[in-house]
Design a protein around this ligand. Structure first.
Ligand code: B12
Length: 223
């Protein structure tokens, strides 16, 4: 199976650092951690290619070669998401989508072939099983929260790290507070869950072995 993992472009906002990145000759701040975590949950025998539209162009040939295009996005990326969906539809390549944008507003994405929502550790295996049996559904959801002590290390080998100013890894998900401006409790619940110290050390070792010597950003919902 050939899978193209696509991360849509950010608009120009403070947090895109569009102008500051030029001073350090980088294209983006972080690689798409959600997509490379999803990649680590896919069968080893599958062929994966990652295209981050913040660092590279999306070529029609890559969409043509793919059996499925997997998209991940935050709400702020929705204009670019629409363009990616249109491109895939024009070429007739099936789309699988997940992550914050799709989980918080699935009603806007009927044109996506398979919405694999909430945490991929729970919903992706359900989709993969149905796909193998030839009856993949249009939407997968779960009311449960994943045990992230079993989440595999992200696939940093798919990332061209020279394009980024920092690498990122995730320590925790979920937050006990309920701030009205924040989606974290809706997406990841109010019970903080953490990875084990062995996982974090292994992830740091993986980054080191991938020759990364720059900054590492810790994703921690309840720092
Ligand atoms: C790090 C981070 C950033 C970083 C970098 C983002 C990046 N490129 O990775 C920075 C600081 C730049 C940033 C900025 C912003 N962020 Co931010 N960010 C985060 C944070 C803390 C971690 C993201 C992460 O790496 N998660 C770890 C991965 C593993 O989780 P994940 O991506 O959700 O993936 C899991 C599932 O969602 C799913 N999944 C994800 N993708 C896919 C794809 C498929 C196909 C499938 C099947 C499943 C799947 O599987 C994964 C494993 O379970 C999250 C909160 C959080 N805990 O996730 C907020 C979060 C994503 N950010 C958010 C927001 C609002 C923003 C800003 C708009 C803030 C602002 N007001 O300016 C900006 C926009 C950026 C821009 N350039 O304009 C919101 C998004 C809400 C939404 N509904 O879209 C979140 C949820 C935080 C919040 N407080 O609500 N952010």
């Amino acid at each position: 199976m050939n899978i193209l993992l696509v991360y849509p472009e950010y608009p120009e906002t403070f947090w895109s650092f569009t102008h500051a990145l030029k001073f350090v000759s980088k294209k983006a701040v972080f690689p798409p951690l959600g997509l490379i975590t999803v990649a680590s949950l896919l069968p080893d025998s599958w062929n994966l290619k990652l295209v981050d539209l913040n660092t590279a162009e999306l070529e029609n040939i890559d969409i043509l070669k793919a059996d499925y295009v997997f998209i991940s996005a935050m709400s702020v990326q929705r204009l670019s998401v629409n363009k990616v969906i249109q491109k895939c539809k024009a070429i007739n390549t099936k789309i699988v989508a997940g992550g914050p944008l799709f989980t918080s507003s699935p009603e806007n994405y009927h044109m996506v072939d398979h919405l694999v929502l909430d945490e991929a550790e729970i919903t992706l295996p359900l989709f993969l099983k149905d796909l193998q049996e030839g009856n993949a559904k249009s939407i997968y959801r779960t009311p449960d929260w994943a045990d992230i002590t079993t989440t595999p290390s992200p696939r940093w080998d798919l990332v061209d790290s020279s394009k980024y100013s920092s690498m990122n890894l995730q320590y925790s998900r979920g937050c006990p507070y309920d701030c009205e401006f924040c989606d974290i409790t809706v997406l990841f619940g109010r019970n903080p869950r953490t990875k084990s110290k062995e996982q974090i050390i292994a992830e740091l070792d993986n980054l080191y072995e991938a020759n990364w010597r720059g900054p590492v950003f810790f994703v921690d919902d309840n720092f």
